[in-house]
Design a protein around this ligand. Structure first.
Ligand code: GDD
Ligand code: MN
Length: 384
């Protein structure tokens, strides 16, 4: 059931067993439409056993005026989850502006005009209704539920480098155009999170609101949702990494690899030190033997890290790996000699103070090592 009106705003409302809420929320939305705007509500129902979809259809039938506000129902055959329901709703939406919200009164329809306003006025691409912004809050949740939400938010923000205060919000508005070409996984509950990660470079605003826990029906969030969340974040994390590898600017790629190479080098110093200590104290080894072993171990760990992480070479066939290891160890020794020679030259020949000489020598050796290994060990172009 749909209508011919060209809606400007489409409100996507996923439902599963919301027979006690759906009619009321559709009605409340109608009472708070943005002025002079045609709005369509799209209920995406996963064949709720309690007949939610039918109730929504009947509600629309009962309306006298069916132009400025229309309701359509997407009846899906099986339960495929919240994110996928949202995606389905968006695909069917006629409006340029999409709003996503829950059907259980947790998201106040009173906020809809403001979401649309901010989206239009400030030329923003996404407007998020946030519980965690100053002025926002959550009413009626148990401490446990609050903690789960907070922890999930921190993980998403830290793990995926997101700046918004409430990337897990289920209440948001956006310009439909920005998701053109995006491939959504649509796993679990986190549609907004996925959109923020994948629609790179869009502008996002947040406005605070008070989330009210539902009065009727049950939350569908359970242990499965938490597993799905982990899965979704992991996918998005890997997606971000892949984007980095596909980085088109050579300068960014070069600097990023150099930075990784130097971090590995620094970690090697630590490994070297710890190993030498371990061998002398715990194994009672002669200190020169311990030092040599420390060097061997750290060169090896540096090699593996640089192969796998810095130069992203995941082929560990024996012949290839041994040849690379030989070259890497060779360049490391040359690097050490360069460093020694340079320190001697700087201090003795041109009287630079030892600390400065040392730092310059280490930097020069590290950089030339990076270039040599890039070109000869891992067979990349120097500038790539
Ligand atoms: N079609 C469909 N399919 N709808 C679903 C499904 C599903 O599998 N699961 C849930 N829904 C609908 C519900 O009927 C409701 O309208 C909305 O999605 C939110 O579901 P709730 O079960 O009420 O979620 P919640 O209140 O626990 O979680 C809220 O807070 C989360 C952040 O902490 C929601 O706003 C989430 O979107 C939000 O991420
Ligand atoms: Mn809810």
């Amino acid at each position: 059931m749909s209508s011919t009106v060209n809606a400007e705003v489409s409100i996507v409302i996923p439902t599963y067993n919301e027979s006690e809420n759906i009619k009321g929320i559709l009605h409340l939305i109608k009472e708070h439409l943005p002025i002079n705007t045609a709005v369509e509500a799209i209920v995406v129902d996963d064949n709720s056993p309690d007949g939610t979809g039918k109730i929504a259809e009947d509600y629309f039938e009962s309306l006298k005026e069916k132009t400025r506000y229309t309701v359509s129902v997407i009846n899906r055959k099986t339960r495929e989850g919240l994110s996928s329901a949202i995606l389905n709703g968006i695909q069917q939406a006629k409006g340029k502006i999409i709003i996503v919200m829950d059907s259980d009164f947790s998201h106040p329809p009173q906020l809809i005009p403001k979401l649309v306003d901010v989206l239009k006025q400030s030329k923003t691409d996404i407007v998020v209704a946030s519980r965690y912004l100053n002025g926002g809050s959550i009413q009626g949740w148990s401490l446990k539920r609050k903690m789960i939400s907070k922890v999930a938010t921190v993980i998403a923000k830290q793990g995926l480098g997101i700046k918004e205060s409430d990337p897990m919000s289920g209440f948001f508005a956006f310009n439909k155009d920005i998701i053109k070409g995006i491939n959504f996984d649509a796993i679990g509950y986190k549609f907004l999170l996925e959109m923020i990660v994948k629609a790179r470079g869009v502008s996002i605003k947040e406005i605070p609101y008070t989330f009210l826990d539902r009065q009727k029906g049950k939350s569908k969030l359970g242990p499965k949702t938490i597993l799905e969340f982990t899965h979704a974040v992991w996918n998005l994390y890997r997606y971000g990494k892949k984007e980095q590898r596909n980085e088109k600017r050579t300068s960014v790629r070069f600097v990023s690899k150099a930075a990784r190479f130097f971090s590995v080098g620094a970690s090697g110093l630590l490994v070297n030190y710890l190993m030498s200590m371990l061998f002398t104290t715990s194994f009672n080894m002669w200190y020169l033997h311990a030092t040599i072993l420390g060097i061997i171990v750290s060169i090896s760990s540096n090699f593996v890290l640089n192969k796998y992480w810095t130069f992203e070479d995941r082929e560990f066939t024996p012949k290839r790996t041994i040849i690379q290891y030989g070259k890497f160890a060779g360049f490391s020794s040359i690097g050490a000699l360069v460093q020694l020679g340079l320190v001697y030259y700087l201090v003795d020949e041109i009287s630079i103070s030892y600390p400065i000489a040392l730092v310059s020598a280490v930097a020069t050796a590290a950089f030339s090592n990076f270039i040599l290994n890039k070109k000869w060990t891992f067979k990349e172009k120097v500038w790539s």
